[in-house]
Each structure stands twice: as C-alpha cells, then as structure tokens.
Design a protein around this ligand. Structure first.
Ligand SMILES: Cc1cc2nc3c(=O)[nH]c(=O)nc-3n(C[C@H](O)[C@H](O)[C@H](O)COP(=O)(O)O)c2cc1C
Length: 325
C-alpha cells in the first residue's frame, strides 16, 4: 500500500510503532521495521546520549530498513541532555525522529540540516497546525483513546482525525485505538495516511517486556484503563491496578491541592519494575483502551501481515460491495 507516509519514510506498510518508555528498545524497533513498518527506539529510555548511540548501532545490526527515534520533551525541572540526544541521532544516521510533548521548534534546524524527517505527536488540531507551521514533515494525531498522554481536550479520533484532515496540508497518521485492519481502513477513510500503534505492539512476541505485561493486555478489556494526573494537567491513560486505585483515591481526597510529590510513589520509577520485572502493581503505566481489541500475542510480522491482509480485504470486498450499491 502506498501513501504519503510510506513514501516519506521509505517503508512498505503505513504502520508506525510509537515510542514507548521501556518498550522501545532495538528489538522492538527492528522487528517492526523488518516487517515493513517503521519501528521507533525510545530515546529517553536509554538513559544517556551514549547509550542511545549504542542502541541505534545495535538496531542497525538487526535491520537494514529505516527506523526512527522518539524524543519526548518533558516539562521536567531537570532537563535531559537533549543536545546530546540530538547529536547521537544525527551521528547515528537516523533519518526519522518522532517528537512528542513540548514544541520541538528549538531542535528543528539541527534535525532538518541533517536531512531528518520529523513527525510530531499531537493531541489537538491547534498543536498539529503549529507543528506544520514550524516545519514538521508529518503529524501523529493522538486521539483521546490513546495509551499515554492524551492531552486535556478529550476529543476522540472519530472527530479529531477528520478535523485534522480538514486543516492540515502535511500528511498525518492516526494514533490511539489502532489495532487491526479495520483500524487502518477507518484511519484512511477519515483522512489519515497510515496509523501509529503503541499498546498493540506491546502484545507481540518480540516486544522486549515481561510476559506478565503481555498477559495483562490480552486479559484487559476496553473498560480497564483509567485517566490519572488530570488535576496536574498531565493526564495519562493507564491500565487499572492497585497502585492506580490508590492514586485515584489520593486525587479524590486532595482535590485541586494535589502535588506531584503526593503521588510520586505511584508514578516514579515504575517502568523498569513493570516492563522488565513484571511487577504489574508497581505503579501507573500507560495503556490504551485498545487493550479491549487485543486477543493474542503474535509475532510482529504476523500482526502487520494480518493488518495489511485484512485492510486490503475490507477495501476490496466489503467496501466495494457497499460502493457498488
Ligand atoms: C507503555 C507505553 C509507553 C509510552 N511511552 C511513550 C513515550 O515515552 N513517549 C511518547 O511520545 N509516547 C509514549 N507512548 C505513546 C505511544 O507512542 C502512542 O502514541 C500511543 O500508545 C498510541 O495509542 P495506543 O496505545 O492506543 O496505540 C507510550 C504508550 C504506551 C502504551
């Protein structure tokens, strides 16, 4: 399938694996890229620019296909060494960067000069237009359904995607709630040129996470996510567990007076415990409503092949039947 996204990134299928903390290692990114999608290493997960450089080198040994690096710009007080991470990306010859969080404007000249394509993750039309205005090549439009940070506007993809299509000139992918061939066809119908998946890719054989995480995703339904940190305007969609129940109790009790320090036990340092050690109640970890559409743990290639097969079948058979009247 050819779209503006496959052409831009030099990939076979219009499917991207979004950056994911403590999931986006070389094994994950290479498996997606080898299957014809665009795999993405999560920059900040590596810990230092030198470790990111090593992870990029490792990924290059596992795939000759294009892959990207995610750089999440946090509102944190002590900022990560972003210039160092950017240098590691450029020196590593990476050709796609997925930016997320704060506006990436400051880093655009260096990235553009190195010939890097930038896809910025946005949860609203106004942020998408801003990304277009500052020279981003594409946008990943993240609806309210998404795992991770859906922003504060709460607009689901059935509205957000066609709104983005009405306003944007640069191509965009649909992100949040994407799981299968139906998702891809719907995304294309609503104006996107492909899709980005997070949660679905965690439940694959190659995802470098503990089996408990994969089992939890297969067991979860679409009713099992919760929004946390809304009072801090840092809303995150996470899988419900004992720690999340505790966190929500604190939010209820403290109301508008809540501070980050009050919930540090439920949100800080959680990812290695969950993703690596399989301690499923260690804290709040991102998960999309799409967990309700995850029934198995296939290989990444099986998943992507199935998505493309089903999408083509839906377009060529089901939709054609309706079009024919
Ligand atoms: C466990 C997990 C960790 C994530 N970590 C990041 C991250 O570090 N940076 C980022 O930009 N997005 C992160 N995301 C968001 C994904 O890249 C993607 O936008 C999102 O998962 C799409 O929604 P879906 O889960 O419904 O597919 C994360 C998502 C999950 C599920």
């Amino acid at each position: 399938m050819k779209t503006r996204i496959t052409e831009m990134f030099g990939i076979q299928h219009p499917i991207i694996q979004g950056g994911m903390h403590f999931v986006g290692f070389a094994e994950m990114a290479a498996a997606v890229s080898n299957a014809g999608g665009l795999g993405i290493i999560t920059g900040l997960t590596q810990g230092t620019p030198a470790k990111l450089a090593a992870e990029i080198a490792r990924c290059k040994q596992m795939t000759s296909k294009p892959f990207g690096v995610n750089l999440t710009f946090l509102p944190a007080l002590t900022q990560p060494d972003y210039p160092g991470y950017i240098k590691a990306i450029i020196d590593g010859g990476v050709k796609v960067v997925e930016t997320a969080g704060n506006n990436p404007q400051k880093w655009m000249p260096a990235l553009k000069e190195a010939g890097i394509k930038v896809i910025h993750k946005c949860t609203s039309v106004r942020h998408s237009l801003k990304a277009e205005a500052i020279g981003c090549d594409a946008v990943s439009v993240d609806g309210f359904e998404c795992g991770g940070h859906p922003g504060e506007d709460d607009v689901p993809n059935f509205i957000l995607l066609p709104r983005a299509a009405d306003e944007l000139k640069i191509p965009f992918v649909a992100s949040g709630g994407m799981a299968d061939g139906r998702s891809l066809v719907a995304a294309l119908a609503l104006g996107a040129e492909g899709m980005n998946m997070g949660t679905r890719f965690i439940a694959t054989k190659e995802a470098p996470v503990h089996d408990n995480v994969k089992k939890a995703l297969v067991a979860a339904s679409e009713l099992d996510t919760r929004l946390v940190m809304r009072p801090l305007r840092n809303t995150e969609r996470v899988l419900k567990n004992a720690a999340v129940d505790r966190l929500l109790e604190k939010e209820k009790a403290l109301g508008a007076n809540i501070k980050f320090e009050d919930i540090i036990g439920e949100v800080a340092g959680v990812y290695p415990k969950v993703m690596t050690d399989g301690q499923m109640d260690a804290g709040a970890w991102s998960c999309g409503m799409v967990a309700g559409l995850i029934y198995d743990v296939p290989s990444v290639k099986e998943l992507i092949d199935r998505i493309m097969h089903d999408a083509e079948e839906i377009i060529g058979t089901r939709l054609k039947r309706f079009a024919a009247g």
